[in-house]
Design a protein around this ligand. Sequence first.
Ligand SMILES: *Cc1c(COP(=O)(O)O)cnc(C)c1O
Length: 478
Amino acid sequence: MQNLFRAIPSVDASLAALHRAEAALADSQQTPHALLRDLVAAFWDNKRESIRAGACKNGEELRLEHQLPALLEFVQRGLRPRFRSALNATGVVVHTNMGRSVLAEEARQAVIRAATGYCNLELDLATGGRGSRHALVEELICRITGAEAALVVNNNAAAVLLVLDTFCKGGEVVVSRGELVEIGGSFRIPEVMEKSGATLREVGATNRTHLRDYSAAINENTRALMRVHTSNYRIVGFHSAVSLPELSALAHEHGLPLIEDLGSGSLMDFSSCGLPNEPTVPEVLAKGADIATFSGDKVLGGPQAGIITGRKGMIDQLKRNPLTRALRCDKLCLSALEATLRLYLDPEKARQSVPTLRMITCPPAELAKAARSLANKLRKGLNTQETLCEIDVREDVSRVGGGAFPQYDLPTTLVRIRPAGCSLTALKAALLETVPPLIGRLEDDAFCLDPRTLDIREYPDVLRVLRQALDTASRHTR
Ligand SMILES: *Cc1c(COP(=O)(O)O)cnc(C)c1O
């Protein structure tokens, strides 16, 4: 084993060999030398591990000329940015793991402008004095939602925290037991509530809560009644919840505010597209919620943000809370949000230009056509000798994601790929390594692509990375 360790080339020799071997690493002239050194050292550390584990027994194998291709690949991999663009073929439109919403062209342009130069983020152009960043989008949000006032913070979790901290700290908030939800990434409503210093007063049973349950829970410590959208699950069967007008009447009778965490909070009525009729933000406010919070990057289709809408007096109180400073959005977010919201001034324009809305409302016939076209392209491009695949299309369903329209199926058509030369799991793994990676759906007998979340301009990339991954996967299978 000592001899094997001694056979490992020095870092300096490896660096010199790398530079000689690969002109592409000329790129590495711009790579900080220390980073390159560390990567080379890490490569040989891995080899030492293999020696210790008994996986490497041959000193000859360790020679630089044998290891150079592997070293080069390791270094190139290590130098790649960690943040990557990816192809979403899952059909899940609001995919939290994949960055949720794709921004509209107008929003992308706004971000570039905001990033490229200075701006009036907190400059009042009427006076030349200090302005408020909150004022930039407030009027627009009020116009679209019908709210008296609005405030935008970092995300909806921050919005919930800020609202509870401002109005309920040291007191009790009454919430139905059926609404104490955990959303992905271990965000639990009860835990956020506790962080705010408010005490949770759970009422009702998991499946049924009545008005009398809320009523009985109200006491001198009660600060608010709250409703939470049960985003990622749906209770079916024997269940009941209290309607918004009933609950707001009860809250107001006791001089308490009604707070609504809408989660996804849509501004559009999707029922004309065959989706269930979820209450929109304007409806919820009109029906008596005093505060309604929702995400900027779920069904709205904008940047990550938490939008708080509601009564002017309450929003003013939120603005004065020092926590608001810690939860504020930056210029990139606000510029993207304004540009996205401006599209909503004309709902039909929003439906066509906001990618999230376009994907959710895409007609099944159009998806079937897209699937056939993608399948043809793949059939032509993939069926070379080495990577023989069976490719067909089949009707299936997609999900909106992001806790919106839980368990609701959107009809789609999938492109199904059944490779002859490798396993489906090997193909899936190889697709994580391509540039860009392609994330699809693994079914029992096929790797599937849902055209709903792919742009037609991405099809050439889909073909290219599939060809590459099939090649890699079948080499590993052989
Ligand atoms: C998604 C969601 C949140 C969290 O929103 P973020 O914008 O991800 O912070 C909070 N409440 C509900 C009901 C949600 O669905």
